[in-house]
Every structure is written in structure tokens, then in C-alpha cells.
Design a protein around this ligand. Structure first.
Ligand SMILES: Cc1ncc(COP(=O)(O)O)c(C=O)c1O
Length: 380
């Protein structure tokens, strides 16, 4: 079956976070990371049947769902996990906050890198712990970790490293060497790693592959909490469904204690959608990736030809992290909004002079947005 990612679906009046922001305005929303594609038909069918059944009661995690995740991680990454390592939570950000709260005392530092998905910058404040940010470095047109600076910070009373792999917003897919290095450093200074791998299914560079942080060695398994979800991949983020994988018993216990009584179970529809996604939607996903690769090529080519804009090759995600410093624009987001395109402001990711463009949308809409940006920049 050929899936139609070109279809334009009207999301106005659906209380969509992405589209409501510019309600009544001729601004194409290309900011928050959800895609303007329908979820896979198999998921919609499952949800439809369940709604028709009519009783939406308390639900337990289906055994088949954990089984399919165990199988999937083994097939994709040769990562052998056990059922009891999987802990379901209604969102990766929720899991991230629980981790930050559960690990380290109030004086110990939480380390992350910038630019970064904005909630990473909020979580330490949410739990009253100090945050230290280490800027990524650009090497050969690729954003990567600054190991020397990270090591300095790990040494200095740090308890936790919150890591995004693959990397939102820069799109980096980390190599085994890079992951091993970060793992060894964290082990040396007794720093727990929380590895947010929500974008792991979106590797767009054919020469790269995602490697789960916890899968590289025994050492990494012992000190890593992995956060994953079907939400980005199958465009079901509104269903609030994600899971942590924690091989180490002590870490797992701490995390679970933090969830108790405060964090609700994943809802029925989220669990059902996740199970169908992993059981029945491989073909949909491979067609989606092929579509996104073409969108990525268009964005890369067109943005790099726009006056004052620079974009590194995008290894993963459906997000383009655009360097607009050479445009001289004081407020690039406002400028592009006035041109009819709504982008995310780099400031919220901890890096001024950049904007993030979401290309997870039908190609005609993408080209329309890029046309608007290009035309507006001609007058700068
Ligand atoms: C790196 C990263 N983590 C987490 C999330 C959100 O996850 P959730 O909706 O499950 O809280 C996003 C969404 O854009 C993301 O990019």
C-alpha cells in the first residue's frame, strides 16, 4: 500500500498546539515538533474499534506490547532487554522530570548541552537543582559533544547528564566511539546518564545508525536510563505515551519510587496505539522516512541558498537548525512570522541567532513556507 504524505489535512479548529498559535493569521506553523501527516491507518483503525467497544476503563499494559518492544530493540540494535526494565510513563518530558528529581541531591549539578530541546533547560529548575550547560561544537559541519568541557563539568560535583540522542535540534546521530566516550567519562565521575532517544526512528542519513546509549557496554547499561516513545515516530504525541528502560535495579527502584502516586498510568488509547504502531506500521514508517529524506534534501538545498542562512547536513529528525546570524536580523522569528512562516526561536534552546524549522509536513506546504522565507530575505 502506498501512503499519501502529500495530503493536506486541515488542522484548524482541532485545538492543535502547532496551528492554534497562529489562528486567524496567514502564517504556516513550522515550529513545534509534531507532523502534519495522519497517523498510520492501522493505528486509527485500532483506536476506532476500541472507541466503538464503548468502555474506556482502567487499563494495564498489554503483555504483547512489552514483548514487541523487546523484539524490536533486539532486531534494530541487537539490544537485549528484559520486560521488567520497561516502565511506562505518559510522556518523555514527564520521565525526564522524574529522573532529574530522583537522582542527585539538591546541590549536585545536572549537566546538559546546548542548543537543546527547551524542556531540558527547565527540568533542573523544576526540581530546584543547579543546571550547567555545555555548548555543542561544530566540527566539519556537524554538531558534536565538547568532551573536554563536559569532563570538566562531570568532575565538578555532577550527578546527572541529560543527553539527547539523536540530537534535537541539530540532528546529530552519535557514533559508537562518541557514546562510549561519554559513558566512560560518566562512569569515572559517577554520573547517571538519562538518554532521551525519542528521535531514534528518524535517522535520515543512510550512512548512520542509531545506537542506544545503554546498549554499548555493560557499563553503559548500569548507569543509563533510556527514554523512548512511539509518539514522534507515528505522529501520536497527543496520546501521551512513552517508556523508560532501566536495566540497573537500584536506578529502576529510585525512578519508580519517584513516579508512585504522582504520575498516572499511560492511558488506554496511548497503549493501544503504541502496540499497533510497533506490530503493524513498519511499512508506513519506511515510506515516511523516504518522504522525510526528500523534504530534508529540499530544505538543505533551498535554505543554504537563502541570503545569510546556513544549515549543516541533517543526519536525523525532521527538524532543521538554521544559522541566521549572517542575515543581521535582530528578531529572526518575528521577521519570518511577518513573512508568513512560524519557526521556533533558538533563544529557547539556549542559542541566539538560530531558528528551527519543522519539515514534517506535506511537500507543497514546505515549499510554500520556503518560498516565503526566500522572498522575504531578498529585501534584507
Ligand atoms: C528530545 C525530545 N524529547 C521529548 C519530547 C517530547 O516528548 P513527550 O511529548 O513524550 O513528552 C520531544 C518533543 O519534541 C523531543 O524533541
Amino acid at each position: 500500500m502506498k501512503y499519501n504524505f502529500d495530503e493536506i489535512i486541515d488542522r484548524k479548529s482541532t485545538a492543535s498546539m502547532k496551528w492554534e498559535k497562529y489562528k486567524g493569521k496567514d502564517i504556516i506553523p513550522m515550529w513545534v515538533a509534531d507532523m502534519d501527516f495522519k497517523a498510520p491507518p492501522a493505528i486509527l483503525k485500532t483506536l476506532g474499534h476500541r472507541i466503538e467497544h464503548g468502555i474506556l476503563g482502567y487499563t494495564i499494559t498489554p503483555q504483547a506490547l512489552n514483548d514487541i518492544i523487546i523484539k524490536k530493540l533486539s532486531v534494530l540494535y541487537n539490544w537485549k532487554i528484559k520486560k521488567e526494565w520497561i516502565i511506562w510513563v505518559p510522556g518523555v518530558v514527564c520521565g525526564l522530570n522524574a529522573v532529574c528529581d530522583a537522582f542527585g541531591d539538591q546541590k549536585e549539578k545536572i549537566i546538559t548541552t546546548t542548543p537543546i530541546y527547551p524542556p531540558f533547560l527547565d527540568v533542573p529548575a523544576n526540581c530546584g537543582k543547579p543546571l550547567v550547560t555545555v555548548p555543542m561544537v561544530n566540527k566539519n559541519q556537524r554538531a558534536t559533544l565538547d568532551f573536554d568541557r563536559l569532563e570538566k563539568e562531570f568532575k565538578n560535583n555532577a550527578s546527572l547528564f541529560i543527553f539527547c540522542s539523536p540530537y534535537n535540534p541539530c540532528g546529530t546521530v552519535f557514533t559508537k566511539t562518541e557514546i562510549n566516550r561519554i559513558v566512560e567519562m560518566c562512569a569515572e565521575y559517577d554520573v547517571v546518564i538519562c538518554s532521551d532517544e525519542i528521535h531514534s526512528d528518524f535517522v535520515l542519513d543512510d550512512n548512520k545508525r542509531h545506537i542506544p546509549t545503554a546498549s554499548v557496554s555493560k557499563l553503559s547499561a548500569q548507569q543509563t536510563i533510556t527514554l523512548m516513545a512511539p509518539s514522534k515516530t507515528y505522529n501520536i504525541p497527543g496520546l501521551g505515551c512513552s517508556f523508560a528502560i532501566i536495566p540497573d535495579r537500584k536506578l529502576r527502584q529510585k525512578y519508580q519510587n519517584r513516579l508512585k502516586g504522582l504520575i498516572p498510568h499511560v492511558n488506554l488509547l496511548g497503549l493501544l496505539a503504541a502496540q499497533t504502531a510497533y506490530e503493524e506500521c513498519d511499512e508506513w514508517l519506511s515510506q515516511l522516512i523516504a518522504y522525510l529524506k526528500k523534504n530534508r534534501d529540499i530544505v538543505f538545498d533551498r535554505v543554504n541558498r537563502m541570503k545569510g542562512c546556513k544549515l549543516n547536513p541533517i543526519e536525523s529528525t525532521y527538524l532543521a537548525w538554521i544559522d541566521v546570524r549572517d542575515t543581521g536580523l535582530k528578531d529572526p522569528v518575528l521577521f519570518f512570522e511577518q513573512a508568513g512562516v512560524g519557526l521556533s526561536d533558538g533563544i529557547f534552546f539556549g542559542q541566539k541567532g538560530f531558528v528551527r524549522l519543522n519539515f514534517g509536513c506535506p511537500r507543497s506546504l514546505l515549499n510554500k513556507g520556503l518560498d516565503r522565507m526566500e522572498t522575504a530575505l531578498l529585501d534584507v
